[in-house]
Design a protein around this ligand. Structure first.
Ligand SMILES: [Zn+2]
Length: 115
């Protein structure tokens, strides 16, 4: 993907997210209900597709995040981010999992197993 196409793609995705934020914060209740009906399914489908790309391989590693010299164990940052935003009570990145959580003394894998 060339740089121009990547930039266009980034802008389009970020603008779509801003549009959804505006709709949620500024539209009336029936409009929000209609929005939820379509967008929740789309966002769930997007998460599923992304998580499928980052599923662990036969070695328990994320093939997408692993480099040739640096394999990345599952859960990678994509799965950790999904957990933080979809499962964790406050959804804040500060309560995260993954290698940064481990460095901060928080149990990364234990969080994913608890529920
Ligand atoms: Zn990954």
């Amino acid at each position: 993907m060339d740089e121009c196409l990547a930039s266009t793609l980034d802008t389009a995705v970020l603008e779509r997210l801003e549009y959804l934020d505006r709709l949620v914060s500024k539209s009336d209740e029936p409009s929000r209900a209609s929005l939820a009906k379509t967008e929740i399914t789309r966002l769930a489908d997007a998460w599923r597709a992304l998580l499928k790309l980052h599923a662990p391989n036969e070695h328990g590693r994320c093939s997408e995040c692993s480099g040739w010299l640096r394999p990345r164990r599952h859960p990678c940052t994509v799965w950790s981010t999904a957990y933080q935003h979809l499962i964790a009570a406050d959804g804040s990145p500060a309560a995260g999992a993954g290698r940064h959580a481990a460095a901060a003394g928080r149990p990364a894998v234990e969080m994913l197993g608890a529920s």
